[in-house]
Design a protein around this ligand. Structure first.
Ligand code: DQA
Length: 149
């Protein structure tokens, strides 16, 4: 099982960026935790971050035929990007949306998620552990799909 983990803009500044909302751990710690979760479950993973919408679209497109599933935190592009939604729908890989913070209790403009429309599930407000929940969900989903063949 090969999973692609995508992180959007400003997540590279974790630890520095609004630590009361996003936590004190830096991006390198997030990557280590995600890689450890994948390793525990026997999954291969690539962890990608970009501040650029087009680069994220390119990465989703390149996942077609290569990865079995996608975990995506599109960050601010969650609330604006039809291009990322279209890319997720185009490759049609099982995908899970993750947010470190609980966006449901934040500003009105964060209540819209375009990416969610192409995702099987959303995990929010669980910090970095939310990525592990998403990875476990995808693993179970992919195994069930295989069985039902
Ligand atoms: C975020 C929530 C978004 O609203 C915000 O723009 C981010 C991070 C989160 O992980 O909580 O950059 O996706």
């Amino acid at each position: 099982m090969k999973l692609l983990i995508i992180n959007g803009p400003n997540l590279n500044l974790l630890g520095v960026r609004e630590p009361d909302i996003y936590g004190k751990e830096d991006y390198a710690a997030l990557v280590r935790r995600v890689e450890a979760c994948c390793a525990e479950l026997g999954a291969e993973c690539r962890v990608f971050q970009s501040n650029h919408e087009g680069a994220i679209v390119d990465e989703i497109q390149a996942a077609y035929g290569v990865f079995d599933g996608i975990v995506i935190n599109p960050a601010a592009y969650t609330h604006t990007s039809v291009a990322i939604l279209d890319a997720l729908n185009a490759v049609a890989l099982p995908a899970v949306e993750v947010h470190l913070s609980d966006v449901s209790v934040r500003e009105d403009f964060r209540q819209i998620s375009y990416a969610r429309l192409a995702c099987l599930k959303t995990v929010m407000g669980r910090g970095v552990e939310g990525y592990c929940e998403a990875i476990r969900f995808l693993k179970d989903y992919l195994e069930t799909q295989k069985k039902d063949g």
